[in-house]
Each structure stands twice: as C-alpha cells, then as structure tokens.
Design a protein around this ligand. Structure first.
Ligand code: ZN
Length: 135
C-alpha cells in the first residue's frame, strides 16, 4: 500500500465526534440542543441561535445533488491519478449542505439526482464520507 498523498482533515475537539462516527460508517451533522437546528460543518456555537450547547446527530446519508464540478486539473499532486474527478455539493435530506466527492457517477450526474453516502477508509483516524448516485 502506498502512502496517502492528499491533504487530510485535522481532527480537533470540535470535529472528533464526526470522525469517530465516520469510522463506523455513520454520517453525522451537528445538532443544536437548544433550537434543534442541524448544521455542518461543525461550529462552536449554533449559527441560528448562538447556543454553545451543540451535539451530533447521525443522519440518513441520503440527499440530493445540488451541484457539482468535474476537476480536470490536479491542484495537489496526490489527485493527479484520479483525474477527472467530481466535487459535489449535496443537500442532505435532513437539511444541511455537504461538500464531498461524487464517485462512480460515470457521466450520469444531474442536478436533483438522488445520492447516498459511501465511506472510504483512509487512515486509522480518517474515513472520508463520499457520495454516489443512489440506486
Ligand atoms: Zn440553536
């Protein structure tokens, strides 16, 4: 196995629950324990009511393709072997938007397409949630 040569997220106390759940192949968003707002990425306070009482909620992993772009140029050497690859904006069924990779779309991507999460283990700590067209 070759070393992973793409940028990796840095885990901190704010984001650790997300990455721990991702290792178990569960997609989670932050949930405000005061007003119930669901949001992502993680924030120390609720973007809606500014409460510091924030938890995490496992979501369905299903959503809708809001937009995407196909990269034909590698801005990091580690991505060169993946060209062309898709970066997508997903509207999760639970509301928050999520930026990720759209994998195995085979040219079939379309705005409004249903998608579902898939998980790609990278390191002992990092499992990346990505999305594929729902079957
Ligand atoms: Zn709130």
């Amino acid at each position: 196995m070759t070393a992973y040569d793409k940028p990796l997220p840095k885990i901190d106390t704010l984001t650790r629950p997300f990455w721990e759940l991702a290792k178990d192949e569960k997609l989670a968003v932050q949930l405000c324990n005061d007003c119930g707002d669901r949001h992502f990425p993680a924030s120390p306070v609720c973007p809606k009511c500014l409460s510091k009482d924030q938890g995490w909620e496992v979501v369905s992993g299903r959503g809708t393709l809001f937009s995407w772009v196909t990269f034909h140029r590698a801005y990091w050497n580690g991505f060169a072997k993946d060209l062309p690859y898709d970066v997508c904006l997903i509207e999760l069924d639970e509301g928050p938007f999520f930026v990720s990779n759209l994998v195995d779309a085979g040219g079939e991507a379309a705005v409004g397409a249903r998608v579902e999460v898939v998980f790609e283990p990278i390191t002992d700590e990092i499992t990346l949630p990505k999305f594929k067209l729902a079957t």
